[in-house]
Every structure is written in structure tokens, then in C-alpha cells.
Write a protein that binds this ligand. Sequence first.
Ligand SMILES: Cc1ncc(COP(=O)(O)O)c(C=O)c1O
Length: 300
Amino acid sequence: MAVSEPSVGGNNAITPTVYLDGEFMPPTKATISPLDRGFIFGDGIYEVVPVFNGRPFRLVHHLRRLRHSLAAVGIDSPIGDTDWHRILQRLVDDNGAGDQYLYLQITRGIAPRDHVFPVDTKPTVFAYAQPTVYAEPTATVEGVSTITTEDIRWQRCDIKSTSLLAAVMLRQQAAEKGSVETLLVRNGLITEGAASNVFMVVASNLITPPTGAYILAGITRELILELAKRHNIPATERDIEEKELAAASEIWIASSTQEIKPVTTVDGSPVGAGTPGPVFTRLLALYQEYKRAFCEGRVD
Ligand SMILES: Cc1ncc(COP(=O)(O)O)c(C=O)c1O
């Protein structure tokens, strides 16, 4: 399988069908109340699931994280895993199968504005799929530039909350400097990217910070660790001090939308030789092979 690179944000295609509160409809027919707490407070959670060859990738893992987020914020989802499988597959099929991204969001629902959780409010459930547009794999082949900055987010980064203002501001800082991602620093430690997990390689060892209150348990991160373990690539989950980045031979970012990307500069300084390193190349090949096996139905 050739390396292909999803063009993030470059896809303006309009999906034919969205799912809203029990019904499938064209997006033009979907209306959400301005009193929805998702709009008023950002009181909701979400997931983004890649779809390869018409099949949601690592869906069981995404639904597990969804349950974690819902439980953490006390939203009772009206939809269980079996229904999610059915709903999401219908959206994918309506959208022409192939490679896509699924977005799904559950908010606490519509209620008069009051911070306290409303009683007996029905959560709002929204989901849609959009086709992936692939670009020339420039970033995967040549690497991406990043900046570092203070992690200004909250202390529950394990929750995939729709309240993304801090992440939006942090990612914007990178964009304004012509960089792809902002690596976040909290108390001298690298947590993650504004919308990705971070890995570094030191002496051929793959290192990523442990998940917890300051780091989202990324599904791509989990797969990378799984593949590393299965193929005897030494990998460790431990804190990364910001100052260690200068000595890393490789740095990567990983997410469902970006897949795995080599970082070749941090704050303008080259990482290692300034080109994607050998551990990245090996892991990317394993990831592509895993994806191919998934597309061919050899793995779930
Ligand atoms: C803050 C943050 N960390 C990590 C990730 C990577 O998670 P995943 O691999 O599940 O997409 C994301 C994805 O959006 C994210 O927003």
C-alpha cells in the first residue's frame, strides 16, 4: 500500500446524510436548538473515527473512549454500542463507502441556561461522515514543523470534550508560525499536541508520555504501542521532559486524522538529522500493513 496522506481540513464535500436524534436526514434538514447546552456551554463530548474501505477503523476502541467520556461528565447516552455500529455504518454506506471520517457528538441537551446539570433532559446526538480527500504525502515523507508552548488546557484532558477553545487557540499559534502542530508543555513535561499524541525516539527506544488527566488516550497512540510491542520495537510509556526533545533522534505526532507524522523541526530547530527517522519508517510500514489487513478484512 502506497503511503497516502489525508488532507486535513481540505475537504469541503458535503455529506448527503447526517444522523440527528434518531433520524437520518440531509444536513440542510438538521436543526439544533440554540439553547442546546452543547452550543451554550460546550457541554458535550465527541469522537472522530477514521473509516477505511467503508469500515470504521478501531471502532470498538473509539466507543470505549466515548463511554469513558460520557461517564466522566455524567451524560447518559441514549445509544448503546450496537446501535452506534448500525448508525455509523449507515452513514458510511450512504456516503459511498471508501475512506471517510465519522464525527459523532453527544451533548447534555436543551435546557434553560444554568450551569447545574438539568434533570430529565434528553441528550442531543449528532453524527455524520465525510469523505477523506488524499493529498500527495508531503508531510509523511518530508516531516512537519511544530512549535512548543505552555499547555493552557484544563485538568481533564482524558475527556474528549467539545469544549475545545484552548486546543483551537493552541493550534492557531502553530498555524500562524507556518507549523502543523503545537507540542504542549505542562510543568516542564511534554503532554501531547493540541490535537495529537506525541512520541519521541531516543537510542532506538520509542517513548510516549503515559495517558492520564493531562493526556487524551489516543486510539492511534494505542495502536502504535500495540504494533511496537508485537514487532519487538522497544517502547516505553514515561514522562518526557521538554528539554529531552533536543536530544531525541525522532519525534512523531499521531492522531486519527493525521495518522502518524514525523516531526522534523521543533521551534525551528531540526529533530535528529532533520528527516524522518528509521523507527518512524518501520512503524509507518507496520501501520500501513495493519491498515491493509483491516481493509481486506483480516483484522477487526
Ligand atoms: C488532544 C488530543 N490528543 C490526542 C489525539 C489523538 O487521538 P486519536 O488517535 O484517538 O485521534 C487527539 C485527537 O483529536 C486530540 O485532540
